[in-house]
Write a protein that binds this ligand. Structure first.
Ligand code: NDP
Ligand code: OXD
Length: 306
């Protein structure tokens, strides 16, 4: 079995060594233009040329949860695409979102400023009931985040395409459900996949429906958020601030207003990283299952876009 690997700016040899150990019968190599045909491709953000040249692939394994970059390419009809399911990312996402939420709720940024100014001043304790959290997307990561936040006794809502039942989470679905979800949310967390339906979903109208003094945590994709609309809603005072991990242009350009905005926290697309060891084990097990003709978890529905 031949496997071709592409992950720009990653320690490719380490990935190849670990994949070879996990799949001792396989021949692994880093993809380059003109590489011989392989049976499987393991990739993160590959060029179109890889798909064009590798016409004998039985499946492609994406080294991440989001497949939006892959589905921007011309995807060969019938070529199965498999995403990473959790692979160590869900716990990272849960800690990142819980941290951002609690930092905002407890006013810890204000205490940081006060420390710099040498000022001893306590603020009124706020009520969790006044900070309902709404998680958009209740998949592998969103469900874990919703459950984690519920552990801190915040009221938690969730919104997904299909109806769900999650203990401790009030679940909404569909278009009417979206309006009810937004009206019941103060802290909006985005964990949707980027698809034609969800692009620009956080815009002026969406933000306006949130409870006053709303807060936005975007950890999914930059193209979900209309950046000027967020800035306008912060200026108007309806939105109190945001923690943003993903951006329309990455790296975030040096002149971008988000960098220096006092109410926006920026991190460099690092809320949840692909963990090599867990991902290698997962991909190896899935390739073996594929070879045996078994179904694998995380198969992407290409038409749906996630
Ligand atoms: P999943 O595919 O497991 O879950 C997606 C969820 O979104 C599902 O609940 C799905 O609903 C819901 N959804 C999709 N489309 C719609 C829609 N049109 N309306 C309402 N709900 C919708 O994805 P993951 O949880 O694994 O990952 C989510 C995203 O997080 C990734 O696509 C990626 O973009 C991002 N990500 C970001 C990282 C970072 O470092 N910042 C790291 C990893 C991922 P249903 O359940 O009904 O299908
Ligand atoms: C992913 C990501 O989608 O890292 O896995 O953004």
């Amino acid at each position: 079995m031949k496997i071709t690997f592409y992950f720009q700016n990653a320690p490719v040899q380490q990935w190849l060594d670990e994949l070879s150990q996990a799949l001792p019968g396989a021949q692994l190599s880093a993809w380059q233009p003109g590489a011989p045909p392989a049976d499987y491709a393991v990739v993160w953000q590959p060029p179109q040329q890889l798909l064009d040249e590798q016409s004998q692939l039985k499946a492609v394994f994406n080294l991440g949860a989001g497949v939006d970059a892959l589905l921007k390419l011309q995807w060969p009809a019938q070529l199965p695409l498999v995403r990473i399911d959790d692979g160590g990312m869900a716990v990272q996402m849960a800690e990142y979102v819980s941290h951002a939420l609690i930092r905002h709720f407890r006013g810890l940024d204000q205490y940081d400023e006060q420390q710099r100014a040498g000022e001893w001043k306590m603020h009124r304790t706020r009520l969790r009931s006044e900070f309902p959290v709404g998680v958009m997307g209740l998949g592998v990561l969103g469900e874990r985040v919703a459950r984690a936040v519920a552990q801190f006794d915040f009221p938690v809502r969730g919104w997904s395409r299909s109806p769900k039942q999650i203990e401790g989470v009030q679940c909404f679905s569909g278009e009417q459900g979206f309006r009810d979800f937004l009206a019941a949310t103060r802290v909006l967390v985005n964990l949707l996949p980027l698809t034609p339906e969800t692009q620009n979903i956080i815009h002026h109208g969406t933000l306006a429906q949130l409870k006053p003094q709303a807060y936005v945590i975007n950890v999914a994709r930059g193209a979900h958020l209309v950046e000027e609309d967020l800035l306008a809603q912060i200026d108007s005072g309806h939105v109190a601030g945001a923690t943003l991990d993903v951006f329309r242009t990455e790296p975030l350009p040096p002149e971008h207003p988000f960098w220096k905005h006092p109410k926006i926290t920026v991190t460099p697309h690092s809320s949840a990283n692909t963990m090599r060891h867990a991902s290698v084990a997962q991909i190896a097990a899935k390739i073996e299952a594929f070879e045996r003709g078994e179904s694998v978890a995380g198969l992407v529905d290409i038409g749906r876009g996630y």
